[in-house]
Ligand binder design. Structure first.
Ligand code: FAD
Length: 395
């Protein structure tokens, strides 16, 4: 068959996925979310309206159990939602945290009471939960976190510590805090998860000004002898690490989706511009020095999406260990692809790449977030070096 050489229409960017890979339901979800995002547009303002509408339509809780108001799907579905919102220029960062990490952890390990109290609200978006693991003195080394829960004399817990860069604390009803409890037998500290509701005495937060054009803000959180009821602990005190990774793998897969959406958004703008911008006889997109890097960016985004789909598939199938490696690799690949796509997109627009009108320059810092958080590029390379390749550790 002769290849179709007719120029693609600017209104018809490359299809983000084939129904043969996504299946009919996910394809329909992708189109429906893309349509909602298109209606909303990328105005850069508050995300409240979009959050509320996406919640009403069932998109925010697609991964949560049906009996608690969710869609009964998995991280594969939720990552499609975030990717499509991002591709339209209106990502919802809190999707990474509220339904993906907190919703998953509560659905998998919470008590019936915790599930009843939180999941319906997280699913329809009427309630939000932030997630706090990063500490100023631990950073990439989560094993060094020192936020500690002691048993209170009258029952319950007393939680003390400090967290940094916690997203969306101001708009969340609670924060899921990663702390540590002491093993009564060995005295060793074990990671544990606590739901700390906003307004609990001793829980305070301070805005950290960031050079990011995003609706969601980051905060330093101080926990000063925060008295929590026994029911604030999520899951089993002795299975903290396993439970934590049940939440961290979705976080990585969702960060990949965040990066992929942003990369696609930037690339689509650049392609549209390169098709029409003419400074010699041909549109600039006819120059291979302009076209090839855009083609490369597209290929790299597509490759990263395949790895994201693999990670989501493994995670949703219950293979936490297998999903760990794939989720790390997907996050790595998607962040690198997005940083490159954004950089090339800005360059393709020349001076316009730096104007507020085209809205691309602000993505330079936004794309870097995926390279740093929730786990940096170097820590993923460390993970793959040691866990996958079996190379010795230097630290
Ligand atoms: C916009 C944004 C939102 C965030 N939201 C949240 C949130 O909601 N909740 C939350 O808990 N956290 C959040 N974070 C924090 C984020 O997860 C951390 O910034 C990240 O884990 C890195 O930690 P750090 O900043 O302390 O860097 P550090 O750990 O100090 O690392 C600094 C640099 O050193 C490198 N490095 C460190 N150790 C090694 C090593 N052994 N080998 C090689 N290189 C190394 C790192 O790769 C990095 O480049 C957010 C961060 C940002 C920027």
């Amino acid at each position: 068959m002769k290849p179709d050489t007719s120029p693609p229409s600017p209104l018809n960017p490359p299809s983000p996925s084939s129904p043969l890979i996504d299946g009919p339901e996910r394809t329909a979800l992708r189109s429906a979310v893309a349509a909602l995002a298109k209606r909303h547009g990328s105005d850069g303002g508050t995300t409240d309206e979009l959050w509320a509408e996406a919640g009403k339509l069932g998109y925010l809780g697609v991964n949560l159990p049906e009996e608690y108001g969710g869609g009964g799907g998995g991280i594969a579905e939720l990552s499609i939602v975030l990717e499509e919102l991002g591709a339209a220029g209106c990502p919802l960062l809190m999707l990474v945290v509220s339904p993906a990490i907190c919703g998953t952890v509560i659905a998998r390990f919470g008590t019936d009471e915790q599930k009843r109290a939180w999941l319906p609200g997280l699913a329809d978006g009427s309630r939000k939960m932030a997630f706090g693991i990063t500490e100023p003195d631990a950073g990439s080394n989560s094993h060094r976190i020192t936020t500690t829960a002691r048993r209170a004399p009258g029952g319950g817990w007393l939680l003390t510590g400090r967290k940094v860069f916690i997203s969306g604390v101001d708009i969340s009803d609670a924060t899921l805090i990663v702390g540590r409890t002491e093993d009564a037998r060995t005295g060793r500290l074990k990671p544990c998860l606590f739901i700390v509701e906003r307004g609990t005495p001793g829980f305070s937060y301070r805005h950290i000004p960031m050079e990011l054009a995003a609706a969601e803000k980051q905060f330093e959180v101080v926990l000063d002898d925060v008295a929590l009821p026994a029911e604030a602990l999520v899951g089993d005190e002795d299975a903290g690490l396993l439970q934590l990774f049940a939440g961290l793998n979705p976080e990585r897969i969702m960060t990949a989706a965040f990066a992929l959406g942003m990369g696609r958004h930037a690339l689509a703008k650049a392609v549209e511009y390169a098709r029409v911008r003419q400074v010699w006889q041909e549109p600039i997109g006819a120059h291979q020095a302009v076209a090839h890097p855009l083609a490369q960016a597209h290929i790299e985004l597509e490759l990263a999406r395949l790895m994201m789909a693999k990670a989501a598939h493994l995670y949703d199938a219950g293979d936490d260990a297998g999903a760990g490696e794939a989720a790390n690799m997907a996050k790595y690949a998607a962040a690198e692809a997005a940083v490159k796509a954004v950089d090339q997109a800005v360059h393709t627009l020349g001076g316009n790449g730096l104007t507020a009108e085209y809205g691309l320059a602000k993505l330079i810092t936004a794309a870097r977030v995926a390279r740093i958080a929730p786990v940096s590029r170097e820590m993923i390379l460390n993970f793959v070096s040691h866990q996958t390749l079996g190379l010795p550790k230097s630290y």
